[in-house]
Design a binder for this molecule. Structure first.
Ligand code: FES
Length: 141
């Protein structure tokens, strides 16, 4: 009887620790991180794309038609540097290596090769520009 109680207590404690770990690391509702206080701080190139660092990770910010977009700094096809690409007339970002095109809103590969460019929401708030990008958790995740 005592043995069963000890096992039950141990399982309960382990379960609470596991839930706490999962909540902290995987269910965090707030991944918004400030990337700049003002848009003028962002070093956009002539192509209106900038490569920036946020929480130790690189990403691209693009400025097009009065909106800001955030997406991966490397092309999902073969790692082309997206900051060296350009924005076409329809508002898609074009990779500089093989010219695959991606929607900056949702990452869809609009030129049809079947890839997906990772994108994150961007908000311009009173105190800065924020990107909803999960924080890096080190080498494991
Ligand atoms: S590396 Fe971007 S299209 Fe090939």
């Amino acid at each position: 009887m005592v043995q069963k109680t000890r096992i039950a207590l141990l399982l309960t404690a382990t379960g609470k620790l596991l839930v706490s770990f999962l909540k902290k690391n995987y269910m965090a509702a707030d991944n918004w991180q400030r990337v700049a206080v003002h848009i003028n701080e962002i070093g956009f190139g002539n192509n209106q794309i900038a490569e920036v660092k946020l929480g130790g990770r690189k990403l691209c910010l693009a400025h097009h038609a009065g909106k800001l977009y955030a997406f991966a700094h490397k092309c999902p096809h073969a790692g082309g540097p997206m900051a060296d690409g350009y924005i076409d007339a329809l508002g898609n970002v074009v990779c500089p290596l093989h010219r695959y095109k991606f929607s900056m809103s949702n990452g869809h590969n609009v030129s049809g090769e079947g890839y997906f460019l990772r994108c994150w929401p961007v908000e311009i708030r009173e105190d800065g520009i924020y990107v909803d990008m999960p924080r890096s958790r080190g080498w494991l995740f």
